[in-house]
Design a protein around this ligand. Structure first.
Ligand code: GLN
Length: 545
């Protein structure tokens, strides 16, 4: 039974400074020193979870093993720590209020006026301590979304103030701020940091460690200045300089001794050097690729950096595993037609068709799949991408004109993808999809089996529609095989194409399970297939070859 210390990470001056990466990096260092760590994100918006948000709002929706639809930072937590998170690791204001209001209706507060303080703040504190009270962690790192001073963050900052007061050394606050470089003055400026710490102080919270995001190195003068104005020792002023990759940040934080400073302040043993061998090997391979492959990522949110976060990160892990650089080329599905497809996919060694919802861009995805099927380019279809592969095959190989998913065309004559039976009665949109981890049985004589090297896996899901088993025989006879099946409900999870070097469609989301320590085998083998494809292209285009 471990007694947890609570570390809060707040942000100041600007959003997007990378609280998630700092939290993950610190957690990685503590884990590498032998401590058990978990990371939690508190989001100040009113949605109960981000499942109903479109990617324009907060980027990708990440899904945990227990089926929680969460903030994408949880993806970083898992990719860095290689430990699964759960619903308890992401709490929103909406969820906090929902719980408090449910309790009020049940009569739990009978007689009392229910207020932000203490009822909302108590519920916030309960959600944070829930993780610590499992007895499984030395440290619970809680990242508070938004920026201090935001109206919606106030109850969270107040909860932090109370926890610090109650727990003393067992609770610590790290404040991440921006130290901008003013080119005209030729100087780094500390004033925004001073102001943001003052804002925290107005709420009664003195940060213990200040992490300064910066484009240029902080000299001792700057560190002393921040120390003087913000009441922290100079050793507690930590530089976080822009990094080439997010995976460098743990190493940069190690050099800045963020972990040692934190352990000292929480009176925990520092011990020996952290064990980061696997991490450093990964970084070496990432930075010293021997080859390059070009992969097309086809989706409808390609202009958004964070919409396909986990897919992009999975390619980074798989690239390192193959010692090659994976150049991901985002391609907007709306621009793909019969006339443009050859030019748009020209030079690609592999094509991934992304998950998604709704009609926009769907025909472009189907056209691209026809092209990669016929031209034997390695293909990976994820969720909607798999469903599009099924639609394409039914139209162009089986000859089912007008075949579609009923999500897009409810009265299609050939509903090859249809709403799952238990989805038909559901009208609420929030948290009602088929979510989280389910078992998939794999046929022994398949490529999929060779990839996983086992007959049963558990993968995470997020969908309402499924392959329509009414058509399964026709598909199998024509060469599209169902090689992965959910054994309890007989749902098709994975399809594979005979006679194609690498064509796999999966109903689940492998990208949520790829980590630095354990790159996902499907991505690793997809990149390998792309490498092989690029090698054959080189041979065939070599005039002497
Ligand atoms: N829209 C599809 C479904 O609900 C696919 C979902 C996805 O790609 N995550 O089944």
């Amino acid at each position: 039974m471990l007694k947890a210390k609570y570390i809060f990470v707040t942000g100041g001056v600007s959003s997007s400074l990378g609280k998630g990466i700092i939290s993950s990096s610190l957690a990685k260092l503590l884990q590498a020193r032998g401590f058990a760590v978990t990371i939690q994100k508190l989001d100040p918006y009113i949605n109960v979870d981000p499942g109903t948000l479109n990617p324009y709002e907060h980027g990708e929706c990440y899904v945990t093993e227990d089926g929680a639809e969460t903030d994408l930072d949880l993806g970083h937590y898992e990719r860095f720590l290689n430990v699964p998170t759960s619903q308890a690791n992401n709490v929103t204001t909406g969820r906090i209020y929902q719980t408090v209001i449910d309790k009020e209706r049940k009569g739990d507060y009978l007689g009392a006026t229910v207020q932000v303080i203490p009822h909302i703040t108590d519920e916030i504190k309960r959600s944070v301590k829930l993780l610590g009270e499992t007895g499984k962690f030395d440290f619970v790192i809680t990242e508070i979304g938004g920026t201090v001073g935001d109206i919606e963050s106030l109850p969270y900052v107040e909860a932090v103030r109370q926890m610090r007061w109650e727990m003393g050394d067992d609770c610590l606050v790290i404040h991440l701020t921006l130290v901008p470089y003013l080119a005209a003055a030729g100087e780094l400026k500390t004033k925004p940091t001073q102001h943001s710490v003052k804002t925290l102080l107005e709420s009664g919270v003195q940060p213990d460690i200040i992490v300064c995001r910066t484009e240029r190195h902080l000299n001792q003068n700057i560190r002393n200045k921040i120390s003087l104005f913000c009441n922290v020792s100079p050793s507690s002023v930590i530089e976080s300089i822009d990094a080439e990759t997010i995976y460098d940040v743990p190493i940069l934080m190690l050099e800045e001794k963020l972990d040692v400073e934190l352990l000292r302040k929480t009176r925990m043993p520092v011990g020996n050097e952290p064990k980061l061998k696997i991490w450093k090997q990964f970084l070496y391979k990432l930075k010293n690729p021997k080859d390059t492959v070009n992969i097309g990522l086809i989706g409808k949110y390609i202009e958004l950096k964070d919409a396909y976060k986990s897919i992009n990160e999975s390619f980074i892990h798989a690239g390192a595993a193959n010692e090659c650089e994976v150049k991901v080329h985002p391609i907007h599905s709306e621009g793909i037609t019969d006339a443009t497809v050859a030019e748009k996919l020209n030079g690609l060694d592999g094509v991934l068709v992304a998950p998604g919802f709704g009609e926009r861009g769907i025909e472009g995805k189907i056209t691209a799949i026809k092209y990669v099927r016929e031209n034997k380019i390695p293909f990976l279809g994820i969720c909607l991408g798999m469903q599009c592969a099924v639609v394409e095959f039914s139209r162009n190989v089986l000859g089912y004109e007008g075949a579609h998913s009923t999500e897009i065309l409810p009265d299609t004559p050939f509903p090859v993808i249809d709403l799952m039976e238990d989805q038909k009665k559901i009208s609420n949109k929030g948290g009602t999809m088929r979510l989280g981890s389910y078992t998939c049985k794999i046929k022994k004589d398949s490529k999929l089996y060779a990839i996983y090297q086992k007959g049963e896996v558990a993968e995470r899901h997020r969908h309402r529609f499924e392959f329509n088993n009414r058509y399964l025989n026709e598909f199998e006879e024509a060469g599209m095989r169902a090689v992965g099946i959910n054994p309890n409900e007989n749902l098709v999870e994975v399809i594979e194409l005979k006679g194609h070097p690498w064509f796999i469609g999966i109903q689940y989301h492998p990208e949520y399970r790829s980590t630095v320590a354990s790159p996902h085998p499907l991505f690793v083998h997809f990149v390998k297939a792309a490498l092989e494809h690029s090698a054959t292209l080189r041979v065939t285009s070599d005039p002497k070859g």
